[in-house]
Design a protein around this ligand. Structure first.
Ligand code: JB2
Length: 208
């Protein structure tokens, strides 16, 4: 058995997450990408094809971090890895500022410069990207992506699989449903129901 970590994914998001894991003092043994992946990712060798996870488990690896930007694919590959018997580790940059009362699920990524304040909950497989700020009592759902420089005020709820684009903002006490997309720079001042795409200032539904 080994403590070394397997990173699933070998693209841009994996680069950032591997460097976070290194900052945390962890060792990343391999990445697992798809057939088109590069041979290495920031110096970590890349195995191509998810079937490699079976072999890695047999070789005594138990810890996985799924570093894939797509919320749905991240969730699917995390489910596959846990079915195989892996545990999902967190990647939290030491230079993120996080209240001791924050609760994390599994497989969460928090990038450098992020701030997460008192009694917020960050559910499994969420990404709190570079420089994003999440104020007190927020509830960030499963496999949500809060992109770089987003700002969430207090008591904001974000439903599972939603994505807030770069620099989006949410005023206090608003609830965003599941599978919502907020376009980059959008400012949410109303509750948003599930499965909508909203853009602009203030953020409004994008008509199809
Ligand atoms: O089925 C798969 C699979 N499909 C794609 N299994 C495995 N194991 N890996 C898969 N991949 C891998 O996802 C590809 O081999 C590739 O390494 C990676 C996609 O890389 P890309 O750079 O296109 O995206 P990303 O998910 O790493 O990063 C996106 O999301 C981040 C949050 C980008 O938009 C980044 O700019 C963004 N910061």
């Amino acid at each position: 058995m080994t403590d070394e970590i397997i990173v699933v994914g070998a693209g841009g998001h994996a680069k950032v997450c591997i460097e976070i894991l290194h900052e945390m003092g962890e060792t990343v043994a391999y990445c697992v990408g798809d057939a088109n992946a590069s041979d290495q990712c920031v110096g970590v060798p890349v195995l191509k094809g998810d079937e490699n996870l079976v072999d890695l488990h047999a070789r005594g690896y138990r810890r996985v971090f799924v570093a894939i930007g797509s919320n749905r694919l991240r969730n699917r590959l995390a489910a596959y890895a846990t079915e195989l018997g892996f545990t999902l580790t967190n990647a939290v940059h030491p230079k993120a500022i996080i209240s001791q009362t924050v609760k994390f699920g599994e497989g969460v990524a928090v990038m450098a410069g992020a701030v997460i304040n008192a009694e917020s909950v960050i559910d499994s497989l969420a990404i709190v990207n570079t420089g994003a700020t999440i104020d007190h009592d927020c509830d960030i759902g499963r496999a949500v992506h809060i992109a770089p420089q987003c700002a969430l005020a207090g008591n904001v709820t974000i439903g599972a699989f939603s994505i807030l684009g770069v620099g989006a903002k949410v005023i206090p006490e608003k609830t965003i449903g599941e599978q919502v997309t907020v376009g980059a720079g959008g400012v949410v001042i109303n509750d948003i129901s599930a499965s909508q795409t909203v853009v602009g200032v203030p953020a409004r539904r994008l008509e199809k």
